[in-house]
Design a protein around this ligand. Structure first.
Ligand SMILES: CC(C)(COP(=O)(O)OP(=O)(O)OC[C@H]1O[C@@H](n2cnc3c(N)ncnc32)[C@H](O)[C@@H]1OP(=O)(O)O)[C@@H](O)C(=O)NCCC(=O)NCCS
Length: 329
């Protein structure tokens, strides 16, 4: 049997109701400006979770919408794979909370940690489980409450991230639609360019950790930018080669939404014109592993892509991790 083994049969997304614009940073004492943020990142606003909104609640909401569009009930789900860098707690996984919220009692559920590339990693794991015959139906979610790990005193990172969740149902396909290629890669030697130094088992929470703010996201922005452009280019090449396609065959490129300049460089490298590139970083900021799922669902719901279209998905993130996928919808 050859690819496609598995198809994306329904998508959904969820973001918190509260919107924070670039101008709102002044009110919390951050010295920045709309012009600085917009020129460097393309971001205008982001959604930020408020009381009661969590990685679980956003993930479960996105999942319900994806199930409705796929026309399935939670009883049909065999596996729930949650990509998150912001689990609601460290033990047990947030995936099991989503399982309980959905009543998906037949499923196995686990978290997957690959930062912003995690949703593509999750789809690839689901595809493998389906190809092996282990499962028939997976729910793959990227849900991130980035506002919980952002240092709201650090203007170099606080302005970039947003909260949200994207989800897809992945099922054994009909042999025509589905995942045509997938690529994943990591480089742990670069881990400290984008990381949370403390708060895990090596350096657990303590008073000094709280005081030195080392449990929040730290990022070497310029270095990350350089590697991101290189990794996104490689990711596109590998997924296109795997599917024996070129940029000209792609109906829509959906890159991870971190920064408009990285998106533009990726599109140029992949030879996809910007009118065939999905951009919503202006409205959501960087929602980490939720970003591609949110964008894909918006693209499908708005009619920007239709059944039979070919999309190229690519991502990079902390780790570093990077990955890509060509999907026939
Ligand atoms: C973070 C990023 C937008 C910064 O842009 P940049 O062009 O590299 O920034 P610059 O180096 O020109 O500017 C840094 C200066 O702006 C200042 N600055 C940082 N954040 C600022 C903000 N929000 N508002 C105003 N000034 C800010 C810094 O203090 C620094 O000032 P200095 O030169 O006086 O020390 C950019 O590096 C980037 O997008 N990197 C990739 C990040 C990313 O995608 N991360 C997610 C990975 S999944």
């Amino acid at each position: 049997m050859k690819r496609p083994y598995a198809a994306l049969t329904g998508t959904g997304y969820s973001v918190p109701r509260h919107v924070m614009t670039n101008d709102d940073f002044a009110a919390i004492g951050i010295d920045t400006s709309h012009q600085w943020i917009f020129e460097r990142s393309g971001i205008v606003q982001r959604h930020i979770a408020r009381d009661g909104e969590s990685t679980c609640s956003m993930g479960a909401d996105a999942a319900r919408k994806a199930m409705a569009k796929a026309g399935i009930t939670s009883a049909e789900i065999d596996a729930i794979i949650l990509s998150t860098a912001t689990p609601d707690r460290l033990l047990p996984s947030t995936a099991v909370d989503i399982q309980a919220a959905l009543g998906a009692t037949r499923a196995t559920a686990f978290d997957l940690s690959a930062a912003c590339s995690g949703w593509l990693y999750g789809l690839t794991v689901a595809e493998g489980l389906i190809a092996a015959g282990t499962i028939e139906t997976a729910l793959v979610i990227g849900s991130e409450k980035m506002s919980a790990i952002t240092d709201w005193q650090d203007r170099s990172t606080a302005v970039l991230f947003g909260d949200g969740a994207g989800a897809a149902i992945v099922r054994r396909g009909d042999g025509k639609r589905g995942i045509l290629s997938a690529f994943m890669r990591s480089d742990g030697a670069l881990a400290e360019l984008l990381w949370r130094p403390s708060g895990g088992a090596a350096h657990p929470f303590s008073l000094p950790v709280l005081e030195d703010r080392s449990s929040y996201v730290k990022m070497a922005g310029r270095e990350v930018f350089k590697h991101a452009v290189r990794m996104m280019a490689e990711a596109c090449d590998r997924a296109l080669d795997g599917a024996r396609l070129t940029g000209k065959d792609i109906d829509l490129l959906i890159p991870h939404q971190a920064n408009i300049r990285i998106i533009e460089a990726t599109a140029k490298h992949a030879n996809v014109p910007m009118d065939k590139v999905y951009v919503n970083v202006n409205r959501f900021g960087n929602t980490s592993s939720a970003s591609i799922g949110i964008a894909l669902d918006e693209a499908i719901t708005s009619g920007r892509v239709r059944t039979g279209d070919t999309v190229l998905l690519c991502a990079f993130g902390a780790g570093f991790t990077w990955g890509s996928m060509v999907v026939r919808l």
